[in-house]
Design a protein around this ligand. Sequence first.
Ligand code: MG
Length: 245
Amino acid sequence: MYRAGQVVWQVLAALKEKVQPGVSTMDLEVFAAGRTAELGARPAFKGYLGFPCVLCTSINEEVVHGIPSAARKIREGDIVSIDFGVELGGYYGDAAVTVPAGKVAPETESLLQVTRESLDRAIDKVRPGNRLSDVSHAVESWVVQHGFTVVREFVGHGIGTRMHEEPQLPNYGEPGRGPRLQPGMVLAIEPMVNAGAAGVVVLGDKWTAVTADRSRSAHFEHTVAVTENGPWILTRPREMAGPSW
Ligand code: MG
């Protein structure tokens, strides 16, 4: 799973640099497809339940599952969420990052920071003996105390030889519930946080989820293993320390 995770990392790290005004989300898609092939992995999203692309690219009020398009050009001040997964040697990795294009408004900067921090705090709960909902609660409590809201329609998940495995991992809930975390478990932790109200709706393309009030939304994700020594983020280099994104 670490090998799969490193492919996810390499592609997303390169994509972060490519998010600039004037670039289309299809430009990102084409790069990701080519780089994934070079690295010998199989994109996990393309064809999954009929999804047409390698990446999910979701801009501003789009929460998740946006479809790359040559017509959709990134503009100064946008935030671009890129969600990406691969399968390599029968194992999956899955991660997401939200990237600002040029200079963004202070509230948008805060939305990104709080969402990333909520992921950091959730990852810190990935320790043997903690319960699953301790991870959920770490996200929600941090988000709510900063005045933002957590999306409830989409959740994190177990991951391994399939992209989506049990258990589901909501980004909300009371602590102390659900299964105890044990070494060897792997979770895709993915807070989705709205600047306005929590509700989302799915557009006519049947994929793109947007905030119901069209406020902006951010999404950060890593694939994280439970070890005896605590969390191991599989979707970045092992030697990397500090904030998760
Ligand atoms: Mg995921």
